[in-house]
Design a protein around this ligand. Structure first.
Ligand code: NAP
Ligand code: MG
Length: 398
């Protein structure tokens, strides 16, 4: 059989621990036998990032921007324990954080649905895609713990030296203060990425904030989303039979519990952090979730939503063939290959990506699955297999 050819390369970002092990098996068993893989390879293993003072991470981000498509394995974000474990020179920043800020992107997460793992919420029939603004708010805050009575003020000094000043609180005693910010530019690209992604996925957009309480801050998010929708997307949405729906965050939470799915739920940074974990676990698990970072300039980075599965890796290093679920990693590859195919106009590659996804879902729906799905599956699985056997089962269907 002649291998499927690729016109342009994708940026391939290798990672750490158990996901790095499975990455190689997926390429060997599910990709290379069928596709003449064209990738620019960047090794984002922790040691390589440390040795290069993170230069490799910036190069990988530049490659995603240049090529338009990247696929990323999970990576360790270093902490004190990792510095010791890997004998690192320094605490390196999160590679996902670096890539996110280089691409100025929004993260979209979508559950992978199979008919024998039912969502915990009975009304959810179709995926709920989460869109999380990945800039600012409480994640880039400034905090003070005050020791006694005094006046808390919010002061802004313009470039020309003029000031705006407001009293936050006349404090009668000790307490805590927090300052947060966001920028119009970042909120605008969050809105554009979201509307564009929803058109791609053919789903309606929900957006919610607490603008009744936070009239200026959350009010700005609401205003920008409405303006970008009206000016740039409304007619395309109407043509596609889709809608943009704004409501208060507490109303959105209540409505989501009763909706069918098939929506993109856009959230501010904190809401997205919390709600995407809830939605992921209610749909099954993080290993059955795709994640893509979309930049406003049209670059796409596909990854798994979970981490490096450290505990399984230590067991693997002790000789165990673990039953780690590779589905999100496989879907990171199929997402990247399908996007490459769409941008290059190569239908055979798109067809391959769809077939690999189908072979993966068919395997699970045939009752063959990894241990993490065992307790969730209904009916109970016919066979719980290790990752290598699972990948072989997919390959035989493919
Ligand atoms: P994790 O790797 O997501 O794993 C947490 C637990 O979730 C695992 O111990 C396992 O539970 C379960 N799990 C996750 N993915 C699974 C899969 N594919 N198949 C089966 N079970 C799975 O999170 P972590 O252990 O907190 O983090 C490990 C490392 O990953 C950290 O160094 C962190 O910095 C990094 N991380 C990277 C990314 C990224 O690159 N995108 C994201 C998050 C974390 P059981 O042990 O109960 O089986
Ligand atoms: Mg979270």
């Amino acid at each position: 059989m002649a291998k499927i050819q690729m016109k342009n390369a994708i940026a391939e970002l290798d990672g750490d621990e158990m996901t790095r092990v499975l990455w190689a098996v997926i390429k060997d068993k599910l990709l290379s036998p069928f596709v003449d893989l064209k990738t620019e390879y960047y090794d984002l293993g922790l040691k390589q990032r440390d040795d290069s003072d993170d230069k490799i991470t910036y190069e990988a981000a530049a490659a995603i921007k240049r090529l338009g498509v990247g696929v990323k394995c999970a990576t360790i974000t270093s902490n004190a324990a990792r510095v010791k474990e890997y004998n690192l020179k320094q605490l390196t920043p999160s590679p996902n954080g670096i890539i996110r800020s280089e691409l100025d992107g929004t993260v979209f997460r979508k559950p992978i649905i199979v008919n024998n793992v039912k969502p915990a919420v009975a009304s959810w029939k179709k995926p709920i895609i989460m869109g999380r603004h990945a800039y600012g708010d409480v994640y880039k805050n400034c905090e003070i713990e005050v020791k006694g009575a005094g006046k808390a003020e919010l002061v802004f000094t313009y470039a020309d030296g003029t000031e705006e000043r407001k009293t936050i609180m006349e404090m009668k005693g000790p307490g805590i203060l927090q300052g947060i910010h966001n920028t119009e530019k970042s909120i605008e690209s969050f809105a554009r990425c979201s509307f564009r992604y929803a058109l791609d996925e053919k789903v309606s957009v929900w957006f919610a904030t607490k603008d009744t309480i936070s009239k200026t801050y959350d009010g700005k998010f609401k205003e920008i989303f409405q303006r970008i929708y009206d000016e740039e997307f409304k007619s395309e949405f109407e043509k596609a039979g889709l809608e943009y729906f704004y409501t208060l965050i507490d109303d959105a939470v209540a409505r989501v519990m009763k909706c069918e799915g098939n929506i993109l739920w856009c959230c501010k940074n904190y809401d997205g952090d919390v709600m995407s974990d809830m939605v992921a676990s209610a749909f099954g698990s993080l290993s059955m979730m795709t994640s893509v970072l979309v930049s406003p300039n049209g670059a796409f980075e596909y990854e798994a939503a979970h981490g490096t599965v450290q505990k399984h890796y230590y067991r693997y290093m002790n000789g165990e063939k673990t039953s780690t679920n590779p589905v999100a990693l496989i879907f990171a590859w199929t997402g990247a290959l399908a996007k490459r195919a769409e941008l290059d106009g190569t239908p055979e590659l798109l067809d391959f990506a769809k077939k690999l996804e189908k072979a993966t879902l068919d395997t699970i729906e045939d009752g063959i699955m990894t241990g993490d799905l065992k307790a969730l599956a209904n009916p109970a699985p016919k066979k719980v297999v290790n990752s290598w056997e699972f990948i072989d089962e997919i390959a035989s269907r493919l």
